[in-house]
Ligand binder design. Structure first.
Ligand code: FAD
Length: 322
């Protein structure tokens, strides 16, 4: 495989990075393009008010032996979340998918570890990929194969497809800091999950349950807004929607509003793929997909899907004479 020429991976989220590492392990030269100045995509961690806060992925599962092995060999610094997740009736939401884990240094650290050793081009957006003689053209160079590890609508734009492999709904996230530790019911549980259709909160997490993340005598919540609320407020400035989320979150955790010390809002535009909006798309020869435009949107599944996409690229290269 050494002479097969570089394969381009567009997007350095977990799926793109896992695909890149699997190809690299098979001896294929890969080049990863990432629009942002850092890797990880929706597996994002933010240094906020001195705390390390997970802004996207809150926790991950490790159900498959393949993913467990990856965590143990490449990462190691991950821990289970001990406190329960409760539903609206204060019942424990069973962990059917096994223990929930987080990374001590912030969940984004997993992406950082996955990017080590790769030919990674940060701050480099790829807007179009076009068939050209001998492969696919991307940023003026020809690649034998290109993998889009982008959310569906961005993949559609990349390959000029008539529709996206899947549609996505946006998600607003609010970070809320309060004076005092273990306030309200924060000492009893890690997260609260609300039923589908209930607005404006979808789920709320207390970051104090992750060891060493919160500094000083503070409590920090990460609140994921529900789909309708997120859509309605997607264009609003944070000062419009944060007070609405804060009020609901304070009621949820019985936290006194006067203890609030800071808040922050973020919009994930392509947050959650809609399972009932998946379409089959025809990609040009040599083009492949990975990530949640075709796999279930969890860390473990998009990582596995990156490995799967790498296998597809390898058989393609073998077929075309790589
Ligand atoms: C708020 C939120 C909470 C979540 N919580 C959890 C959770 O607790 N547990 C869990 O398992 N999953 C969770 N998920 C789902 C999980 O984040 C995703 O399934 C996973 O991170 C998707 O990874 P990906 O690599 O497929 O895509 P992404 O992470 O979106 O990566 C795509 C990358 O492509 C880059 N990019 C975009 N356009 C271009 C371009 N034109 N050129 C080059 N690069 C480009 C982006 O900057 C990004 O880095 C959550 C998602 C959200 C939004």
């Amino acid at each position: 495989m050494k002479n097969s020429g570089p394969v381009a991976i567009i997007g350095a989220g977990l799926s793109g990075l896992s695909c890149a590492q699997a190809l690299r392990a098979a001896g294929v030269e890969v080049r990863v393009f990432e629009r942002a100045s850092a890797v990880g995509g929706r597996c994002a961690t933010r240094l906020w008010q001195g705390h390390l806060v997970d802004l996207g992925v809150q926790y991950f599962t490790a159900q498959t032996n393949e993913f467990k092995k990856e965590l143990l060999t490449r990462l190691r610094q991950f821990r289970p979340i001990i406190s329960p997740i409760l539903d609206q009736n204060e019942n424990v939401v069973s962990a059917e998918t096994g223990p929930r884990f987080y990374v001590l240094q912030g969940n984004n650290y997993f992406a950082h570890v996955l990017s080590l050793g790769l030919d990674l081009r940060l701050n480099t957006a790829v807007e179009t990929v076009r068939p050209s003689s001998g492969g696919l053209e991307c940023l003026g160079e020809t690649y034998r194969a290109v993998v889009s590890a982008l959310p569906g609508p961005l993949t559609a734009r990349l390959f000029d497809l008539p529709f996206a492999p899947t549609d996505y709904v946006p998600c607003l996230v609010g970070l809320f800091e309060y004076a005092g530790t273990g306030i309200g019911s924060a000492r009893h549980c890690y997260a609260r999950l609300l039923p589908e259709g209930r607005e404006p909160i979808f789920s709320s997490y207390c970051e104090n349950n992750k060891v060493g993340r919160i500094v000083g005598d503070k409590t920090v919540f990460v609140v994921l807004a529900a789909p309708r609320f997120s859509r309605e407020h997607a264009a609003s400035p944070p000062e419009k929607y944060l007070p609405l989320l804060a009020r609901e979150n304070e009621a949820l955790w019985q936290v006194p509003a006067e203890k609030a010390t800071a808040s922050f809002g973020h919009l994930w535009v392509h947050a959650r793929p809609q399972d009932d909006h998946r379409h089959r798309v025809d990609l040009p020869p040599g083009a492949f997909l990975c990530g949640d435009s075709r796999a279930e949107s969890t860390v473990e599944n998009v990582w596995l899907d990156g490995v799967q996409a790498a296998k597809q690229v390898l058989s393609y290269l073998a077929e075309v004479g790589g």
